[in-house]
Ligand binder design. Structure first.
Ligand code: SUG
Length: 464
């Protein structure tokens, strides 16, 4: 059975139903960084390793991401942006013993350990589903929005993300009366945390959140994946739930199926996605599929589970097409209501997957009305689909009003970002070009300008 506690009928200290303000889900997309490349850094992420050495297209990549965000904004959904990180990350290279001028540090690292240089160059901060876990104010005992940047400790190239992620979130959500920013969990094996990619907020009784945490690591050796790493731990998910002051009765913790991790499901958002009272999941997502769904059903009234069978779409096919790495979005009532799926075009190109999507949309027993396909090939080739590229932040109107508006989508910001990418991004990048010291300069110039566009202040080490 997944670990959970039975639901009490009332929750002491919670906002009463009538006083509960309406929540909107804002999606904060990671802007793809100027060093976007294919160095094959993520073992267990099939797309990342199989595209190692390919030529990337950073300018196209950043524009594909921004176009996706613009599309979501056009659905009437609040949309924000999180900035790329400074790459190559010179402070990391210096901390590992490479000295001299910036150009010398890069040259020495390239000569001595190219893979290490590549690890400090990844644009992986674009996948903001891994940036943090977030709890809305109505679910936290203190009535504040909570953020915990993920420590991302299982991959070195990602373990250098949390501090700048924390600074970016603090630069957007500033008011300490409303927003609580926690430190990342300790970077210990027991606390591997990959953020919101392994967390889903469903809606329970009275609009209260039901927090569904999925982890990969098991205490029993026999239950561990044999081939690929399990990145998230139960202890990490439990710590985040405690820090966010969630009601234990509204939390469900479930383990991923280890065979699916071995087939390339390195995060839960590669095999399931939830929204409101809907869970779209592959039948081989969880170690205890029936028990997990039952635990959710006890807490989410009218839970709709849309299950995709292995006989229709195999796990490998799901990983390849990223069917489940779709965004499942609620359309505001003013724009017609219901839910839509924003899926990668790779799902449309795989006949079995596109047939499964057709069946989902035409099934009247679920609220999903349409599928929109987005072209995100550059990010997809590193294992990042539509859902990887966004961090969901559920906010009340007054919280949105106090957040930093410069980081929210507008057609004007869209034009500015496109022009900014044209000025600073290369059209092509080979992994060998990561050793070019001009890439660092180009990247810093671009990021310095971006912090002004997004009104973020000085968040990068090179600006401090
Ligand atoms: O952590 N890829 C990322 C993809 C993250 C996808 N996120 C979600 N599923 N939410 C990862 O494996 C590859 C980077 C490279 O090789 O440069 C990479 O980090």
């Amino acid at each position: 059975m997944p670990e959970s506690t039975p639901e009490p009928l009332t929750k002491a200290g919670s906002t009463s139903e009538s006083a509960r303000p309406t929540l909107s889900e804002a999606n904060f997309d990671g802007i793809v960084g100027p060093t976007h490349n294919y160095a094959g850094l993520s073992f267990g992420n099939v797309a990342s390793t199989s595209n190692e050495g390919s030529v990337s297209a950073p300018r196209e990549a950043v524009k594909q991401g921004i176009a996706k965000a613009a599309f979501v904004a056009s659905l009437g959904i609040p949309q924000g942006f999180l900035p790329p990180h400074e790459r190559p990350h010179l402070p990391t290279l210096r901390s590992l013993g490479f000295g001299g001028s910036d150009a010398e540090v890069i040259a020495k690292a390239a000569a001595e350990d190219f893979l290490l240089l590549a690890r400090t160059c990844s644009a992986s901060a674009m996948w903001t589903a891994n940036a943090a876990t977030v709890a809305p104010s109505c679910d936290a005992a203190d009535g504040k929005v909570h953020f915990t940047p993920a420590n991302l400790r299982s991959m070195f190239h990602r373990s250098i993300e949390p501090s700048v992620t924390g600074r970016a979130l603090q630069a957007i959500f500033r008011d300490p009366e409303r927003f609580v920013h926690h430190a990342p969990l300790p970077s210990a094996d027991a606390f591997g945390d990959e953020g919101a990619a392994n967390h889903t907020r469903l809606v329970g009784h009275g609009g209260r959140g039901v927090h569904f945490f999925v982890y990969g690591r098991s205490e029993r050796e026999s239950e561990m994946p044999k081939r690929f790493p399990a990145r998230q731990t139960l202890l990490a998910s439990q710590a985040v739930a405690r820090l966010h002051r969630l009601d234990p009765a509204s939390c469900v913790f479930a383990r991923q199926r280890s065979e699916s991790i071995d087939a390339g499901v390195f995060h839960n958002d590669v095999i399931s996605v939830g929204n409101g009272n809907v869970l779209l999941a592959h039948e081989l997502a969880f170690a205890d599929q029936a028990g997990t769904i039952e635990a959710l059903r006890q807490r989410v009234p009218h839970l709709v589970v849309v299950t995709v069978r292995a006989s229709d779409v195999g796990v490998e096919q799901a990983v390849k097409s990223y069917l489940f790495n779709s965004q499942l979005l609620s359309i505001p009532e003013s724009s017609g209501g219901g839910m839509v799926i924003v899926a990668p075009t790779e799902s449309q190109e795989e006949p079995a997957v596109s047939a499964a999507l057709d069946r989902i949309v035409s099934d009247p027993t679920n609220p999903i009305r349409a599928v929109h396909f987005m072209h995100l090939r550059e990010s997809m080739r590193n294992g990042g689909g539509p859902a990887c590229l966004r961090l969901r932040v559920q906010l009340t109107d007054s919280e949105i009003a106090t957040a930093n508006r410069s980081a929210f989508y507008s057609p004007d910001l869209h034009r500015q970002l496109d022009a900014w990418a044209d000025r600073h991004y290369r059209t092509e990048l080979r992994p060998s070009e990561l050793a070019d010291p001009r890439l660092l300069e180009e990247s810093r110039t671009a990021l310095d300008e971006l912090t002004r566009i997004l009104g973020l202040g000085s968040i990068y080490d090179f600006q401090r």
